[in-house]
Design a protein around this ligand. Sequence first.
Ligand code: PMP
Length: 441
Amino acid sequence: MQTTSLPETAASDALFERAKKVTPGGVNSPVRAFKAVGGTPRFIERAHGAYLIDVDGHAMIDYIGSWGPMILGHNHEAVREAISNALTNGTSYGAPSEGEVRLAELVTKLTGAEKVRFVNSGTEATMSALRLARGFTGRDFIVKFRGNYHGHADGLLVEAGSGLMTNADGLGRSAPSSAGVPHAYASLTLVADYNDPEGLRRLVAERGHEIAAIIFEPVVGNAGVLIPTPEFRAALHDAKRSGLLLIADEVMTGFRLSLKGACGVLGIEPDLMCWGKIIGGGLPVGAYGGRADVMDFVSPQGPVYQAGTLSGNPLAMAAGLAVLSELERDPGIYGRLDEYTSKLAEGLASAASEAGVPLAVNRVGSMLTGFFQAGPVTRYDEAARSDTAAFATWFREMLVRGVYWAPSQFESIFVSAAHGERELDSTLHAAVSAFATLGGA
Ligand code: PMP
């Protein structure tokens, strides 16, 4: 197999060496370490529009968008201005402020949630929503799906996706997915298969009366992109009859697939929703919300405790408001994202087929995964059969050509409104030659 050597990365290499001495694995979140794809992670100096610029001066077309938040592109003027304006009034109050009310009003208006509570990450949002569901129903068990990822709270690191699919002990590891999660916690998490409606119906028929909530990604991004079938969506809805709550984890999909998230596009009606990423415009924000009768169980109104020193931070609220207002002002963005990403999907599929490389492309809106296998891929066990070695080579070949793809087979990529014709052409040009290096034909 002929491969291309990587360009000069001396400055990134030096920073990575320093970082490894003072931070586990040299990074503050595992997938950033390039462990699944090899090579040194690029250290980023700045970002603008559709590009990341690393410390060695390479400009790369960015398909991560900070793992989702950057739907408008990096360093967007409206967001930058909103943050600088907020900054003149101080950075944190520990007391309520108008920005929290305005963002909550906008989120409830756009999503149909009746009440929301802001936290600081997606992890906090899902963790808090589950505590709330347990407090509301008085039941202890929860259901999650194999390969879905909901952040790193103990009870959710059970057969989890995202970095756990490549950074733990390998695929198919049984519960729990991380050391340090007590089996007693994990035993309260029941695991089912995504897109297996019969399995879900059986589980709910047997144990529904003990289950507080089913948490799910309404479109999966963390096992690569998986799309829920109509039968599976119906099984989720029917599960509500046993008195459990449906929690849609829209941390990745919220405001990305539409102003109403994935649930809005797919007609799913959850009791609670969780958000993160886009809702904070690139600053650390998460939120959970939904039915008012359930949300009123949250402290200080109700008995379920949840708090945060920096929750509702004024800079973060300003950034979130700027992004959501921009999306609301110009909802045509979603059509443009869809058009770009569908051309990207077609281009990748034809480049792969030209080179004789099996590739199954799953796409919804501006989320996309090219699984290195013939497909189709609708379930976790199918996704896990992908050729991760071929993906790793392809990833490095793309990087060398200036395209920064998600550094794992089991992630979605994210397109932003700053990606245009020029980026599409360059990406597909790079893809044709990257696939050619793998060519089986
Ligand atoms: N839920 C989903 C669906 C996610 O994709 C993620 C992060 N990728 C999380 C929760 C956790 O969010 P955070 O990393 O902000 O804690």
